[in-house]
Design a protein around this ligand. Sequence first.
Ligand SMILES: CC(C)(COP(=O)(O)OP(=O)(O)OC[C@H]1O[C@@H](n2cnc3c(N)ncnc32)[C@H](O)[C@@H]1OP(=O)(O)O)[C@@H](O)C(=O)NCCC(=O)NCCS
Length: 180
Amino acid sequence: MIVGDRISLRGLKITDVPMFLPYWNEKEFMDYSGRTNPQTRDELERWIKKTWHARENNQSYTFGIVFRESDLVIGYISIKIKNSISKRAGLSIGTFIPEYRNKGLGSEAIKLTQDYCFNSLNLLSIELNVFTNNPRAISCYSKLGFQSIGIRRKADFVNNEFLDDLMMDLLVKEWEIINK
Ligand SMILES: CC(C)(COP(=O)(O)OP(=O)(O)OC[C@H]1O[C@@H](n2cnc3c(N)ncnc32)[C@H](O)[C@@H]1OP(=O)(O)O)[C@@H](O)C(=O)NCCC(=O)NCCS
């Protein structure tokens, strides 16, 4: 478990499912994740079990974001190793309970994860993708040092429209300068 000021990060458990299943198919969370089909309880449970296997194989590290005051799982954050030679990983995050967005909690989760990536996993870069119609996420990532490196145009089709996908990344050297 990784403990921060207001949140902690820990592995997801099957017993978490009843608590966050009602939010898992929330529209904004799904739309910005590019997920077009709602998922069932079984699918969510299967996904959680997959995160355990991927963790055991050091392929990816998925954490529930727990709001410490209420012990509620409000979202998830995940790091997927994309290239173990160049030590490059992809980050994805989502706060699925709407009331907990825009309160600095996503930023805190990303900061803790950056620290985990660069200090514990010894990665050299983290990258992410975000739709260009998601200004809050872009603002959050930019604030934490991620730089825009390109746009994949009309990359996804969500809600009957084609969306552009902004690619961002952060190198360990840049992160060290920001955090020294
Ligand atoms: C994206 C997400 C993880 C960010 O976490 P969060 O806790 O909401 O974000 P934070 O409060 O830490 O930071 C958001 C920042 O964006 C700013 N912001 C909010 N709305 C904005 C807008 N419309 N335009 C520009 N900036 C905006 C906030 O002011 C804040 O910056 P500040 O700390 O300098 O004031 C979360 O909102 C979320 O999961 N949203 C739904 C799903 C999603 O978008 N997933 C990401 C897919 S790439």
